[in-house]
Ligand binder design. Structure first.
Ligand code: UDX
Length: 433
């Protein structure tokens, strides 16, 4: 990691902003983290990271205690480097909302100095940087992008050990400014790719859409394996043995979620439509993800003999293990559809219950994992938290109305559970005895 001595202003204390601020402070830079939302600002000033992310609370406290990270409400005049990490959420029309980006640039405007460098680190739809250039007096020669590839649950590790670094610049990039950005975000031993800003946007969008495509393909093959009475685990072992395919990021589930992958598919589809390209593969990945989730809900309904007045125990609400985030979570969508079909859903998640209740107020949550078994006609594994795999199923099965387990994450050992008298249905496995 380059040891730094740059003074950096990070705008936006969301997932990306706080991880970036802590990571840069750890690298030795002096960081000011700007947040304008009162509640989030108050939490940070009280020393609290307002979401669950392994190691981030400790890293944040260390950086503040070391005097390398300060929380501010506004950008300082003539800030040398301003890194914008605000959210670009997807609207109902599938387009990215750039209003937070525009507001950040407008807030910066009266404070721009003759040397100020701006780095856009927010997730940007293709074309956004060229549009943003019109919202600031900072010349394009000092306007850069630096897309991040952080995964929630391992964000700090991903910041410290990126697989690659991307810097997007305009044709008239100032060499001295570019080298300051390179030394700021650079990591020893990791290649930094400098490309035009549009390429940097498509790299981010395209990388995430490709990951989503891999998952939708694996999930579709899992459905076919179920219907054909075989096991996707064996199928993918054989397929991924080809080094051109590989085995990473191919774990089937009843659907993928998060604030990123689904969004990137939508962003690319919108970009394609804007230039008359239908983006068939991207659209198919989205459709397959939706279909996989509906298929799982239908299968559960059949297995319990109809959902009306049934009690369903759900383990997991977050969109993946290691986070409290429920944005785009298949678990939340499943709970919502079960409740709409007249089932009683009783759910537990180690980190995401508060966020889940905000997203789905009618959801009933229980304080401990074993409580979801009480009176349940089926138990659903909806998020792959490792601790769910080590529960005392034999003892807990006695608390269920029916010993049925439906594993949406291929987390559990079905043969062992069948030996304990459970009926087990696993995504991607043909038998549902
Ligand atoms: C993703 C990208 O990985 C990251 O590079 C980008 O910067 C942000 O979006 P994230 O959404 O945080 O990161 O988590 P990720 O681990 O990619 O999982 C996304 C979804 O895919 C989750 O619902 C997860 O459960 C699911 N998933 C992931 C699978 O179902 N199977 C897998 O093999 C991997």
């Amino acid at each position: 990691m380059n040891t730094g001595s740059e003074s950096v202003t990070v705008v936006g204390a969301g997932y990306v902003g706080i991880v970036t601020a802590v990571g840069l402070a750890e690298a030795g830079h002096r960081v000011r983290l700007i947040e304008t939302a009162d509640d989030r600002l108050a939490a940070l000033e009280a020393g609290e990271v307002p979401f669950f992310e392994a190691g981030l609370q400790e890293g944040f406290a260390r950086a503040v205690a070391a005097g390398r990270l300060a929380i501010e409400r506004s950008i300082e005049p003539h800030a040398p480097v301003v890194m914008i990490c605000v959210g670009t959420p997807i609207g109902d029309d599938g387009r990215s909302d750039l209003s937070q980006l525009r507001s950040a640039l407008e807030a910066l405007e009266p404070l721009v100095g003759p040397e100020t460098i701006v780095v856009l680190r927010s997730t940007l739809p293709v074309g956004a940087t060229r549009k943003a250039a019109g919202w600031t007096s900072v010349p394009t020669s000092r306007l850069f992008t630096n897309p991040e590839f952080l995964r929630q649950g391992t964000a700090l590790a991903d910041f410290r050990h990126p697989s690659r670094l991307i810097i997007g610049c305009f044709e008239d990039a100032d060499e001295a400014a570019l080298s300051r950005v390179r030394s700021l975000v650079g990591v020893d031993g990791v290649d930094t790719l400098v490309v035009d800003v549009t390429a940097s946007e498509l790299i981010k969008n395209g990388a995430n859409a490709f990951l989503a495509l891999k998952l939708s393909f694996a999930n579709e093959l899992a459905g076919l394996s179920e219907e054909m009475g075989t096991d996707i685990g064996d199928v993918l072992t054989g397929i991924s043995a080809d080094p051109r395919i590989g085995s990473s990021y191919l774990k089937p589930s009843f659907g993928f979620g998060g604030s990123c992958l689904p969004k990137e598919l939508s962003t690319l589809a919108v970009a394609g439509r804007s230039v008359g390209l239908p983006m068939h593969v991207t659209a198919a990945a989205s459709q397959a993800n939706a279909a996989q989730q509906m298929r799982f809900a239908d299968r559960l309904a059949v297995l319990v003999g109809g959902l009306q007045s049934r009690t369903i125990g759900m383990l997991g609400l977050a969109f993946k293990a290691g986070t409290d985030d429920v944005r785009g979570s298949p678990a939340i969508r499943l709970a919502e559809s079960l409740i709409a079909s007249g089932a009683v859903v009783r759910a537990f998640d180690p980190a995401a219950m508060a966020n889940a209740k905000r997203a789905l107020p009618e959801l009933h949550t229980v304080p401990r994992a074993p409580d979801v078994f009480d009176g349940a006609h089926a138990l659903v594994i909806a998020t792959d938290w490792p601790e769910f795999a080590t529960l005392p199923f034999d003892e807990l099965g006695a608390r269920m109305a029916e010993r049925l387990i439906v594993d949406g994450r291929r987390l559990l050992n079905a043969p062992t559970l069948r030996g304990l008298g459970f009926r087990v249905s696993t995504v991607g496995t043909g038998s549902s005895t």
